[in-house]
Design a protein around this ligand. Structure first.
Ligand code: FAD
Length: 465
């Protein structure tokens, strides 16, 4: 056997949950070791949020360059050098993952390469190729993230892609089929449509982007149709046949079997938590449904020195949620009273236009039995949106009826991903619709839409009758 190495706090996984937890733990004076079996930064930085947003922004620029003739821009023969676009994406990823390494080292966090397996509640074996090392710890934060679900009839290959494969294609597919119209499939489908692919989304449920309000997804769907994206809903994907240089996907819709030929098929039907290969059940960690680990409001499992955060616990599988829980867990270990409160966690979908939501939407308020008032203001009545030539969309505010306390906001339109931050702050700060209406917003900005939605809610808007 080896000589065990001791540490105060061990963090397993270095995604947005793990690396943030490690830094916060170090800031509170803990001696911290982080173990990563793959590369620093996890899914988010390497094969998730960041590379997808880099390709999405390339798609936007390309699409805008081609279609700005109504603003007097006649750009003929606009070309795409996709290998250069991929190199751009890779450079963004490299900067950020390098940054994470620097931050960990700067906070004196020990970085260990390898895969962790639990021996008991106070030790793990870290396997790296042929070598193995035991680490003992007082506390451990598990942040091992998730992986794409593989359906047996769609085994991943060079042509049958998961999101990672779709992000590293070396060519823009002429034709791309996307199975699963969740936010990952729709974002990537939308990006490739902007880059020139003919895209078909096959969704099993009755609509794509089911997590968002219909009023919002209608606008996104209109945008997708304008790009030529076809959407088949209530459709079940049956199987795929690989041909010499492509695929034939079979699916069933309305009792009818259909086939579609494509260069590639992207399968985005959900993500499974990485909780099954670490010996957690063997040491008595309790699981909830679908392989998620049960935790309390401090992200503590049933075993008091074992914490779990991010995609492996209940809640939205989002990077900022993982980071937030990482801070709470690290602070809890330090004896602080931090607890999670999910009300003001935003969710963003980087489609065209973007969608963002925070707090309750109307349906959720209804379901909770909250008496509310809601009000909308359209982008089309805002000077900045007109000047940007991006007039699709609205801001909607949801406020408690009795006192106007803001409990939710939904934004669809250009810049929604950034605009939602102000609404998160307002909810977190316990502000009312009147507080938002009384806040002076610079003119002309998209932020004014939010102020005017608050005035609609109060019954005295200036720029709409
Ligand atoms: P992960 O980021 O999955 O990191 C887990 C790490 O643990 C990995 O590096 C893994 O190698 C390591 N690991 C696993 N097991 C072990 C072990 N036994 N020993 C050592 N190391 C181990 N979220 C957003 O908020 N915004 C977005 O725009 C967004 N876009 C996305 C786009 C795509 C295409 C995808 C796939 C995801 C996207 N997400 C987005 C989701 C986001 O990436 C995840 O919610 C986030 O990465 C979860 O963070 P995490 O720390 O829980 O785990």
């Amino acid at each position: 056997g080896d000589f065990p190495i001791e540490t105060d706090t061990l963090v397993i996984g270095s995604g947005p949950g793990g690396y943030v937890a490690a830094i916060r733990a170090a800031q509170t004076g803990q001696k911290v070791t982080i173990v990563e079996k793959n590369v620093l930064g996890g899914v988010c930085l390497n094969v998730g949020c960041i590379p997808s947003k880099a390709l999405i922004s390339v798609g936007h620029r390309f699409e805008q360059a081609k279609h700005s003739d109504d603003m007097g821009i006649i750009a003929s023969d606009v070309k795409l050098d996709f290998s250069k676009a991929q190199a751009f994406k890779d450079s963004v990823v490299k900067k950020l993952t390098g940054g994470v390494e620097g931050l960990l080292k700067g906070n004196k966090v020990e970085i260990v390469q390898g895969e962790a397996y639990f021996v008991d509640a106070h030790s793990v074996r870290i396997i790296n190729g042929e070598s193995a090392q035991t680490y003992t710890f007082n506390n451990v934060i598990i942040a091992t993230g998730s992986r794409p679900v593989e359906i047996p009839t769609f085994k991943f290959s060079d042509r049958v892609l998961n999101s990672t494969g779709a992000l590293s294609l070396q060519e823009v597919p002429g034709k791309l089929v996307v199975i699963g119209g969740g936010y990952i499939g729709t974002e990537l489908g939308s990006a490739y449509a902007n880059l020139g692919s003919q895209v078909t989304i096959i969704e099993g449920g009755k609509d794509i982007l089911a997590g968002f309000e219909k009023q919002m997804t209608q606008i996104v769907k209109k945008g997708l149709k304008k790009k030529g994206v076809e959407m088949e809903v209530n459709a079940s994907a049956k199987g795929v046949e690989e041909t010499e240089n492509g695929v034939v996907v079979t699916y069933e819709v309305g009792g009818e079997e259909k086939k579609v030929e494509a260069d590639y098929v992207l399968v985005t039907v959900g993500r499974r938590p990485n909780t099954d290969e670490m010996g957690l059940a063997e040491i008595g960690v309790e699981f909830g449904e679908r392989g998620l680990i049960n935790v309390d409001k401090q992200c503590r499992t049933n075993i008091p020195n074992i914490y779990a955060i991010g995609d492996i616990v209940a809640g939205p599988q989002l990077a900022h949620k993982a980071s937030y829980e990482g801070k709470v867990a690290a602070e809890a270990i330090a004896g602080e009273k931090s607890i999670v409160d999910y009300l003001a966690i935003p969710a963003v979908c980087f489609t065209d236009p973007e969608m963002a939501t925070v707090g309750y939407n109307e349906d959720e308020a209804k379901a909770e039995g909250i008496e509310y008032t809601a009000a909308k203001f359209p982008f089309a009545a805002n000077g900045r949106a007109l000047a940007l030539n991006q007039t699709e969309g609205f801001v909607k505010l949801v406020a408690r009826k009795e006192d106007g306390l803001l409990i939710g906001a939904q934004i669809v339109g250009a810049g929604a991903s950034d605009m939602i931050a102000e609404m998160g702050l307002a909810i977190e700060g316990g502000m009312t619709a009147e507080d938002i209406a009384l806040t002076i917003h610079a003119h002309p900005t998209l932020g004014e839409i939010t102020m005017e939605a608050a005035e609609v809610l109060l019954g005295n808007p200036i720029h709409i009758v």
